[in-house]
Design a protein around this ligand. Sequence first.
Ligand code: CMC
Length: 433
Amino acid sequence: MSESKAEQATLILGDSQYQLPIVEGSEHERAIDIRTLRDRTGYITLDPGYGNSGSCESAITFIDGEQGILRYRGIPIEQFAGSPTFTDVAWLLIFGELPTPAEYEEFSADLTRFANLDEGMKHQFEGFPRTAPPMAILSAMINALSCFHPELHELEDLTQFRHAAARLISKIRTIAAYAFRKSRGLPYIYPDPSLKYVPNFMHMMFSQPYKQYICPQLVREALNLILILHADHEQNCSTSTVRMVGSSGANLFASCAAGVCALWGPLHGGANVEVLTMLEQIHAGNMTPEEYVKLAKDKDSKVRLMGFGHRVYKNFDPRARMLASVAERLLPQLSGDDPLLEIARRLEEIALSDPYFIERKLYPNVDFYSGIILRAIGIPTNMFTVIFAIGRLPGWIAHWWEHDQTQRNKIARPRQIYVGETLRDYVPKERRG
Ligand code: CMC
């Protein structure tokens, strides 16, 4: 970040003028630095939803929502479509550079080494009802990791942090698979050290004690890409939550457990489930795509076209473009002609030529096609948001660490404009109404 002395913002409040510094990021994004505003003027700023507020400086992910650009540590998202593994990208996001071959091997070995859960932790799954939403289990069990690794509450150096990060990235996949097995009343399948990250997850999800699931290459590639495309998205709701919880000094596990809760909501990670529900409703003949879009435009209906719109992208979400092309390529091979893909194409076509969506700059987002692909590779709907969480975890960890390293002891604590009752007296019970 650089501060431009020549350019300052002038704020006029009554008879007084205040100069506020302009700061500029490495991609020339500009901000008015208001850090001294309240002390100098007595005023605060009001920005519900934080659409105009930068909460931090960050060197992890760059998004230009107007141009539809997304870069991880400077590298365009499109360049991750080919050979990189999720492990590669996780390292890049967390540590800032692509791993050297030696670093990659070591990190990959750690992910294998840490995959198993403490048996005590395994028993905790028994306490949940079969109907428990996997996102609830995921959050609870990530938090429970704090109980099993007290030595990782205070991360004193990079080595300790690296171990905590590897443990979490490895174990989230085991927890996720066990949550699924629990919901189906199936026995837990231990991780297989001979398998890499994605096939090992699929093994724990779908193997039987008497029959090993062999992950097809196509499935491996599709899931690997989905995880990569979800790996970070700068200050979204769940990442901001992780940073905020971490700002209180809470440990990495507790902070990421909070991130899972934030991600669960239907306006955030839960949207991939809603998209599939929407497509299935249309497929079941309850509505045509045209009727659904009409309903989504009707403000009284409370229905939205799920998988459309984004706070930052006012152009195509590049992740949606990549997933659309994966869906087109993979679905015929994985599941034949999926009628839901045809419905999704039709919805997109209608919405992109409708003035309501054009004027509001609403385009397909990452969730629009991810559900169809996940369904095709055999992931049940109630696990979609869990997959999003597994993908987003490296981003959460990277942001938690960045906050810790750059703003340690600076608790995130927004202010408010109070609009409630002014001063009044307490009335004892016997004198009330
Ligand atoms: N369908 C119909 N209308 C919409 C939609 C939609 N999907 N999204 C936004 N609008 C309308 C909204 O009603 C409003 O209209 P008006 O100006 O007439 O009041 C206008 O567009 C602006 O919407 P907003 O809610 O103020 O925009 P936002 O930036 O606060 O919300 C959003 C962004 C993603 C929450 C929203 O677009 C949405 O609810 N989309 C559907 C849910 C979804 O797909 N979420 C996944 C987001 S991407 C993955 C992630 O980050 O988790």
